[in-house]
Design a protein around this ligand. Structure first.
Ligand SMILES: *Cc1c(COP(=O)(O)O)cnc(C)c1O
Ligand SMILES: *[C@@H]1O[C@H](CO)[C@@H](O)[C@H](O)[C@H]1NC(C)=O
Ligand SMILES: *[C@@H]1O[C@H](CO)[C@@H](O)[C@H](O)[C@H]1NC(C)=O
Ligand SMILES: *[C@@H]1O[C@H](CO)[C@@H](O)[C@H](O)[C@H]1NC(C)=O
Length: 572
């Protein structure tokens, strides 16, 4: 025990620590340590100290400094090694092969008889007429009827009048690219206006609020996470943490994965399905770089308490992101439509950014979304600049370099075509339909509605039967709803096609009849896609689920055995 620390304590005038130091320095432990080191040479003491510190730090890191809890890693490790035991390995392999057989393109996306895949460029180009004819053939594969409201979410507007408007605008901007604003200044004006209009809708300060048009909700979320990560780096935080409800969109997990951040999931209340704010407060650490709330989260259509989350952000000086990707272009019109909602946007002190999808309830074609900030000081962390690139000084606000100008123009045209009144009218229709469906569902026995849906999404579960059987029954009847897990449930996300007369009643009638059929044998197991979902939820080793998912993505690009090698036509 050298005298230096004692001197330091004296310098900092800390009598409390001095007393503790003196007691410790003179006690038996000290004498024991000194006597056991008396046989060691100084360099041995140094080496032992260094090695001990090294192992202590590594052990600490191994146990605590990981994205997954120690227990979870031990569990995963156990299954990983168990899977490699020869007997188990052959069983798993067999099972995997049979499952992967089911997730092939041939099974999931069968072609019609006489159809083939192309796997080569056609030698001679086709005429406009020929292409038109063949395109119709490809479209004939689509047998889910989204136009008549048979699908949850997916196509939010699909208005025929709008289709005419946007395709005309698309044609005019087909070759444009916002990467070259000097070549396409008109497009730049449109993009800037989309951001300004969106900021205004979310009560941003006209002077300081700002943002970007991105290619979708996922990009908006990834950008916000990158922004706060880089801000945290600037503050000296080495492993920034995202604190978010367990119900947030998977894009936050993607961000954590891509940007080497840690995702801290906060539980939601099991009844209201809203984030538990006191648990969120407990999850905040000195590494926290952002808090997240969703309006609404994708699964259950309730609103996280943004005012309370933002208050936490203010208290601990942590930026707060509101994921309004889904609800973003419904919420600002809710009160005019007769369904007031609590404040969720820049009017709430502490909210620093918002993501909102113009390609969902903004009704524009897929490929556009906005990410907005309360202040310009944030967005500069989003930008990327390469001052030294041989191709010139390169500066972009988001991930993409070249982008489609036509999609931005179509988004702008959609906003102009509907205007505030159009959005309010559509919001009214959609929310009215969702409330009607919710009330209808609450009257059906053996199922329950999760939380109190405040927006366009209504989720349902069952305590009496495997709810994925209902999903399979509904698929048989031509419906395509979303399967959710933890807890097992399904939801319908209401869009314009569901507001057409009779659609909601048709859905309720089909659910009623399906529940009757299921309850004639309540204990039976699900089949089809529902069975896969049920099974996926119950496997503790999530790497198996990942492997099956890889198989699914592979299937998307599978051109199977039925391909035409001569490149001489699309199909017979
Ligand atoms: C749709 C959605 C997103 C983003 O999804 P994209 O498919 O990338 O547009 C993010 N959050 C929520 C709540 C969503 O519903
Ligand atoms: C919210 O979280 C806190 C702290 O983790 C816990 O004590 C409380 O019971 C939770 N509340 C609900 C309603 O789950
Ligand atoms: C919206 O609804 C109102 C009242 O029903 C109607 O007067 C108006 O024309 C509608 N506007 C649009 C753009 O559909
Ligand atoms: C849409 O759903 C209805 C059931 O309400 C069904 O009768 C119809 O066949 C479905 N359409 C398609 C194309 O599957």
């Amino acid at each position: 025990f050298p005298t230096t620390p004692r001197l330091l304590l004296q310098v900092y005038h800390n009598p409390g620590y001095l007393i503790i130091y003196d007691i410790f320095a003179n006690n038996l432990a000290t004498k024991w340590v000194n006597s056991s080191c008396s046989n060691l040479l100084p360099h041995e003491i140094i080496i032992i100290t260094v090695i001990t510190i090294f192992f202590t730090f590594n052990l600490y890191n191994f146990i605590f400094e990981n994205d997954k809890s120690f227990f979870e890693r031990v569990k995963v490790g156990f299954f990983y090694h168990a899977k490699r035991l020869p007997i188990i390995r052959s069983i798993v392999k067999q099972q995997m092969e049979s499952v992967l057989n089911e997730v092939s393109a041939e099974k999931l996306f069968p072609l019609k008889s006489g159809m083939h895949y192309l796997n080569k460029l056609p030698i001679r180009g086709k005429t406009h007429l020929q292409i038109d004819r063949v395109v119709e053939e490809y479209l004939s594969l689509d047998d889910v009827d989204w136009k008549n409201g048979n699908v949850s979410g997916t196509v939010y507007g699909g208005d025929a009048g709008l289709t005419d408007v946007i395709t005309k605008v698309y044609k005019k901007f087909a070759w444009s690219n916002p990467l070259h604003p000097e070549v396409f200044p008109g497009l730049r004006k449109m993009e800037a206006e989309i951001v300004r209009i969106s900021c205004e809708l979310f009560n941003g300060n006209p002077q300081t609020s700002c943002g970007s048009v991105t290619i979708g909700g996922t990009e908006s979320i990834l950008l916000a996470c990158k922004t706060y990560r880089d801000w945290a780096y600037g503050k000296g935080i080495q492993k920034p943490e995202i604190v978010c409800p367990v119900s947030v969109h998977a894009a936050f997990e993607k961000a954590a994965h891509y940007f080497r951040m840690k995702l801290v999931h906060v539980p939601v209340d099991s009844v209201t399905r809203k984030v538990n704010v006191s648990a969120m407060k407990n999850a905040i650490s000195r590494n926290t770089c952002m808090l997240v709330g969703s309006t609404p989260p994708f699964p259950h259509g309730v609103l996280d308490p943004i005012t309370e989350i933002a208050a936490l952000g203010m208290k601990y000086n942590i930026p707060v992101h509101v994921d309004a990707c889904l609800g973003g272009f419904l919420l600002p019109f809710m009160s005019d439509a007769g369904f007031p909602v609590p404040p969720f946007d820049f009017s709430v002190p502490g909210v620093t950014s918002i993501s909102a999808d113009t390609h969902k309830y903004g009704y524009s074609p897929k490929g556009s979304s906005v990410v907005l900030y309360s202040d310009k000081k944030w967005i500069h962390y989003q930008y990327f600049v390469s001052p030294d690139w041989q191709g010139g000084i390169y500066a972009t606000p988001m991930f993409a370099g070249s982008r489609s100008g036509a999609i931005i123009a179509a988004c702008w045209a959609t906003m102009m075509y509907f205007g505030r009144e159009g959005y309010v009218n559509r919001t009214k229709k959609i929310i009215t339909t969702a409330r009607y469906i919710e009330q209808g569902l609450r009257k059906i026995e053996y199922i329950y509605v999760l939380g109190k849906p405040e927006m366009s999404v209504v989720a349902l579960g069952s305590l009496d039967f495997d709810v994925f059987r209902l999903s399979t029954e509904l698929v048989k009847r031509g419906w395509n709803l979303n399967n959710l897990q933890f807890p097992a449930s399904i939801h319908i996300c209401c869009t314009m096609p569901h507001t057409h007369p009779g659609v909601a009643d048709r859905l309720l009638q089909d659910i009623r009849e399906s529940v009757d059929i299921i309850m004639s044998d309540p204990k039976a197991k699900a089949t089809g896609a529902g069975a896969i979902y049920g099974m996926a939820q119950s496997i503790p080793d999530r790497s198996i689920v990942t492997e099956i998912s890889h198989g699914f993505i592979d299937a998307l690009y599978d051109t199977g055995s039925k391909s035409v090698a001569n490149g001489n036509g699309y199909a017979k």
